[in-house]
Design a protein around this ligand. Sequence first.
Ligand SMILES: [Zn+2]
Length: 303
Amino acid sequence: MNKIIFRDPNITIFQSALFMTNSTVISTDDVIIVVDPGWLPDEVLAIRHYVEGIRGKKPLYLMFTHSDYDHIIGYKAFEADKVFVSKAMSDNPDKEKIIEQILEFDEQYYIERPYPIEFPNGDFTVFRDGVQYRQGNTKMTFYLTPGHTADSMMIVIWQLGLCIAGDYLSNVEFPFIYHSSVDYVNTLEKLPVIHDRNWFTRMIPGHGAPALSINDWLQRRTESLAYIFALRESIATRIPFDESSLWVRYRFPRLQQKYHLDNIALMTREFEQGLWEWDPDFSLQDISHVQPLEGRPMEQDEE
Ligand SMILES: [Zn+2]
């Protein structure tokens, strides 16, 4: 059974028994927002039951931070008025593969669900940084954050000073880089810019504990960057990465070593393709490539 690991008048975080996966329910005067509802059937139904209890006549929005199967598994348990995904997620070429992962997981553990398994169909697709959506006085801003997957995005809820980060900035996982370490670093470097434009203090990762202060998520960001740069140095110089330092910080080595080795394989391919270089004399000029956020925020009001 999932437990509630955080609750205040507007935010409830349900955490699954599996992989400390977080599902967030946000309640304002204007709307109920559910982000990445998961994992096990009873857990998903408990979230639905909770939402039914607090919803009243408010619209229900469903949002997905990315397309990893553990994050979309609860999609069809909810009758949402609007579904928010990134454009890259809506165009994901691997939808069938991802659905197959869910079916495989469920069959492997004899799990039956009282709702169909489908890939989220977005009504609102986020195609660039800073896209806003307003429902009454509740204002949300979306940012594209590729790196973990190609279709990751973050959601900022202005009034609550809250960022829902997807699979970044976890306190129980180092960066799992399925897509691109170059994009991953860009996303981490973009975070302070996102922060400066929106001022959020609290951040909810896809797995693990929420960061409840700016210092807390900034420290996680630094740790993530340090990990990636240490890996790059090790790959470029062929000096083995000190894995033991990783397991002092992260406490599930028996599973996570695989993700670490996958990161090495992916980043070695990137290095061979010249997608990044290791500069031992790192200077500030090297961050001049940080992508500025494009354009002004675009606002779209409720119809
Ligand atoms: Zn995840």
